[in-house]
Design a protein around this ligand. Structure first.
Ligand SMILES: [Zn+2]
Ligand SMILES: [Zn+2]
Length: 128
């Protein structure tokens, strides 16, 4: 099944699709380039790329010198399975001190998937 790539803006809460009337991009390279170049109206925003193949399958953090939070993303697009991010989000929201929460806080991931970012994606991750 072919994939569609959509860019979401996380400077809104909850996140909104940055180009809501588009059909998305049909290649990861095109979507990554669009995210790096800056989506019109969201140039200064925090954006992620969501890959759909039927359902949401992966989320990519595009290369950016610096996001609006001052965090650096010097990596090539970091793609992570949506199901893993959903589990991480649930664990981040577990009660403080619970095993899930402790594990989530220890997750050896670059700083791309902090709790507030995933919280804003709660509709797309279906973690409401
Ligand atoms: Zn925006
Ligand atoms: Zn990143």
């Amino acid at each position: 099944m072919s994939s569609t790539y959509r860019i979401f803006c996380l400077s809104h809460d909850p996140a909104v699709e940055a180009v809501p009337l588009s059909d998305g991009w049909n290649s990861s390279a095109a979507a990554e380039q669009a995210a790096i170049n800056g989506v019109p109206g969201h140039e200064e925003c925090d954006v992620l790329i969501l890959r759909y193949s039927g359902a949401l399958v992966e989320i990519g953090c595009p290369n950016r010198r610096q996001d609006p939070h001052g965090r650096r993303h010097p990596h090539a697009t970091q793609w992570v399975d949506a199901i893993w991010l959903k589990l991480l989000s649930l664990a981040q929201r577990a009660p403080e001190g619970s095993p899930q929460r402790v594990l989530a806080e220890r997750a050896p991931m670059p700083g791309c998937w902090w709790p507030e970012r995933l919280r804003r994606l709660r509709v797309e991750l279906d973690v409401t």
